[in-house]
Design a protein around this ligand. Structure first.
Ligand SMILES: [Zn+2]
Length: 134
């Protein structure tokens, strides 16, 4: 019983940390948006944060991971060109490391994982916009 309570409390703490980091991620996304707007002008009209608990790369839960001895979330963004939307998203540790490794080997090259992530984000964005119309 005691063990269960302790375990539950740890989970809550992790959850709270994750939620704090998510607000930080949203603030960071706003910053990325103003930079993208400066760089791409009217090609970027809006931004949207994919605030899901599920990684768009592999459908596993998003979690914090250790990077240079600190807890970190991997905030990424891509421009959905057809709609001019900068979409910010978080990845799980595994996908974040895969992307990081691929970027080191072949900078600026699209990987199959990127394609999966972008397809899932576009679907989620379209679903989100459709739910606003309803
Ligand atoms: Zn993942």
């Amino acid at each position: 019983m005691r063990q269960t309570v302790l375990k539950w409390r740890t989970t809550c703490l992790q959850w709270r940390t994750l939620m704090n980091e998510k607000s930080a991620a949203e603030a960071l996304l706003a910053e990325m948006y103003s930079r993208a707007k400066a760089q791409f002008g009217s090609a970027v009209k809006a931004y949207w944060f994919y605030a899901s608990e599920v990684c768009p790369g592999c459908q596993r839960p998003v979690d914090t991971w250790r990077h240079k001895n600190r807890e970190a979330l991997s905030l990424n963004a891509f421009i959905y060109r057809e709609r001019g939307v900068l979409i910010g998203y978080l990845l799980c540790e595994r996908c974040a490391r895969d992307i990081f490794r691929a970027a080191k080997k072949h900078p600026y090259q699209q990987t199959p994982l990127h394609t999966t992530i972008e397809q899932n984000l576009i679907a989620a964005y379209q679903h989100h916009m459709a739910s606003l119309d309803a």
